[in-house]
Design a protein around this ligand. Structure first.
Ligand SMILES: [Zn+2]
Length: 134
């Protein structure tokens, strides 16, 4: 399984993550055919450095916009300002959206952001390949 992320989307994620640090940033990714074309930065309602929570009204607005654009939600994204790009126990506990890819962007290594994607397989995260492309 592979997910392609358009370069402009990747840069929007990076910008959101860096702006929010040391707190986590979060958002939704829309697209189709395994390709993310649209990024929606959402408020981290938890305002936490270790977990995130999305505001339902912002999620609904993003999903409504995706429908209007003829795309669908492919991934739920958040940043890890100071930990690796792995799903934390908290992330796994709260990962209840079926069929979605969980994207984590780690800022742990300065100047070397690490974006990884996971799908849940019986509660365990399976890493998928992420390609940042045009
Ligand atoms: Zn996390």
């Amino acid at each position: 399984m592979k997910l392609t992320i358009e370069r402009t989307v990747y840069h929007a994620m990076l910008k959101a993550a860096r702006r929010a640090a040391p707190l986590e940033a979060c958002g939704l990714c829309g697209g189709k055919d395994g390709r993310v074309t649209q990024f929606y930065e959402l408020t981290n309602a938890d305002a936490s450095a270790e977990h995130f929570g999305m505001k339902p009204e912002e999620q609904f607005a993003a999903i409504k916009d995706m429908r209007a654009k003829g795309i669908r939600m492919l991934a739920i994204w958040h940043s890890h300002p100071a930990s690796p790009a792995r799903m934390s126990e908290e992330d796994l506990r709260l990962a209840y959206t079926p069929g979605v890819i969980y994207l984590i962007l780690s800022l742990l290594k300065p100047g070397k952001p690490d974006l990884r994607g996971f799908v849940l397989n019986g509660g365990n995260p399976d890493e998928i390949s992420i390609v940042v492309g045009q």
